[in-house]
Design a protein around this ligand. Structure first.
Ligand code: NAD
Length: 430
């Protein structure tokens, strides 16, 4: 792949940017620059919003089955280009090709779902809800939607938003992560090939300034955000204060409770896969294992052994289990957490430093035992291949730790006891 200048997609045309803010886009597995990303100028962002605004009435009035036809073609094109898209994800994000294929498949599933728009968008009605009054529910598009997305799923997360918004008759301005802009442009190409009218879908690039422009612009009606917790709160409060519809999904710290009676032969590979898949860069990564009761020592030993079997390398190589993290600065931050963990008394039982090819941004699977809730290892979302093991004497203590995390969590329990499973379900849902 040669170094390309990434373009913006505005009003149905791919356009260059004259901005002096230009980021190199490295392949995280080699450090080699694969593209240059000039940020969109503020005029380009305004033009993208104006194009989406202008296209809105026509698209909103396009019959729903015709809108769905564009998505059927989008799905067919994505199936045809499936391997190319997966390879692009691996090149710009670093994840293994298998992980990239999984991501693209999940994204296509949302396109598939959105093809059902003619049924999904049906309203309801009830005649004579009161004397002489009939009631009807009709669905309308909201207008211009801005989608702001993270680096860790450069195809799947945008596809959580784009096909659904388009199927409903909205127009869209996508601002992908400035670290993974190539997949977004691929999606624009596919939508263009699928025959989407000009202006209905647009892509602009940048970081906070671009996001702020979208949040404050009066012609943006709704904002959909996925990213880290702090930015999610900022986007939510700023967009809501501006009177926009907004949904904002943030980060997580996910606890995996391992009970005394767990079947470790099956639990340990599942925990390792959850913690280290996608190099731990998943909002649903199981980043804390809670060893409950007497299981702790055996659990930690088996986790370290299983993690040691993972093959770390370039995502394009066969049989690789784990690729690099997104940037060298991120790798260094994670190394900082490892050093701090050692200083504050956590026990390093698997050390990922120095594992993987030296030219990419690699950090191997890392496991800390004896992590406690006062440590940043537990408090922060590390978003990398670092698993913390917390010890708890019983299920009460384990649930207290889990529920005291400041993040919105996923939690799982590994147990062979129905009683434990029911108790867990009752208490994490409470
Ligand atoms: P990020 O918050 O750094 O960036 C997300 C988006 O926000 C990007 O488009 C970025 O350009 C923009 N942005 C960054 N800083 C900003 C600021 N100060 N003001 C306005 N906009 C800003 O997130 P990331 O590092 O790209 O992605 C990883 C995060 O996303 C993790 O926290 C992960 O848990 C989360 N995530 C959550 C889900 C979910 O479904 N809840 C899914 C995937 C990722």
């Amino acid at each position: 792949m040669t170094t390309t200048m990434v373009q913006s997609f505005v009003g149905g045309r791919f356009v260059d940017s004259s901005s002096e803010e230009v980021d190199p886009i490295p392949d995280p597995a080699t450090g080699e620059t694969i593209a240059m990303l000039p940020y969109s100028t503020s005029e380009q962002i305004d033009s993208a919003i104006a194009a989406a605004r202008e296209a809105f009435p026509g698209w909103a009035n396009t019959p729903v089955p015709d809108r769905a036809q564009v998505l059927f073609r989008m799905k067919a094109l994505m199936e045809e280009q499936f391997e190319d898209i997966a390879l692009l994800v691996t090149r710009e994000n670093g994840k293994t090709l298998d992980d990239a294929r999984g991501e693209v498949r999940r994204g296509i599933e949302v396109v598939d779902f959105s093809c059902g728009a003619p049924t999904l968008l049906m309203g309801t009605n009830l005649d004579q809800i009161a004397e002489g009054i009939d009631e009807a529910l009709v669905r309308f598009p909201v207008g211009v939607v801005a989608g702001i997305t993270p680096f860790n799923f450069p195809t799947m997360v945008p596809l959580w938003m784009i096909p659904v918004a388009l199927a409903c008759g909205n127009t869209f301005v996508h601002k992908p992560s400035q670290r993974t802009p190539l997949s977004a442009i691929k999606i624009a190409e596919i939508l263009q090939q699928a025959g989407l009218p000009e202006g209905v879908f647009n892509v602009v690039h940048g970081a906070k300034d671009a996001v702020d422009r979208l949040l404050e612009h009066p012609d943006v009606d709704a904002v959909s955000f996925v990213g880290s917790a702090g930015v999610a709160k900022y986007v939510y409060s700023t967009a809501a204060a501006a009177g926009k519809r907004v949904q904002a999904l943030g980060g997580a710290k996910n606890h995996l409770l391992v009970m005394d009676d767990a079947d470790l032969e099956r639990s340990v590979p599942a925990i390792v896969s959850s913690a280290f898949g996608n190099a731990g860069q998943r909002c649903l990564a199981g980043s804390v294992a809670v060893g409950v009761g007497k299981v702790g020592d055996t659990l930690v030993r088996e986790l370290a052994e299983e993690a040691g079997r993972l093959k770390v390398g370039r995502g394009t190589e066969p049989d690789v289990d784990m690729g690099p993290v997104i940037r060298d600065e991120r790798r260094k931050e994670l190394v900082g957490y490892i050093e701090e963990g050692q200083e504050v008394g956590a026990k390093l039982v698997a050390d990922g430093r120095g594992i993987g090819p030296s030219d990419g941004f690699f950090l191997g699977p890392t496991i800390f035992d004896q992590v406690t809730p006062d440590m940043r290892l537990w408090k922060d979302e590390l978003f990398g291949p670092v698993l913390s093991v917390v010890r708890a004497s019983d299920i009460d203590e384990a649930l207290r730790v889990t529920n005291s995390s400041s993040f919105g969590n996923m939690a799982s329990i590994f147990t062979t006891s129905g009683k434990n499973a029911r108790e867990f379900r009752r208490r994490v849902e409470a």
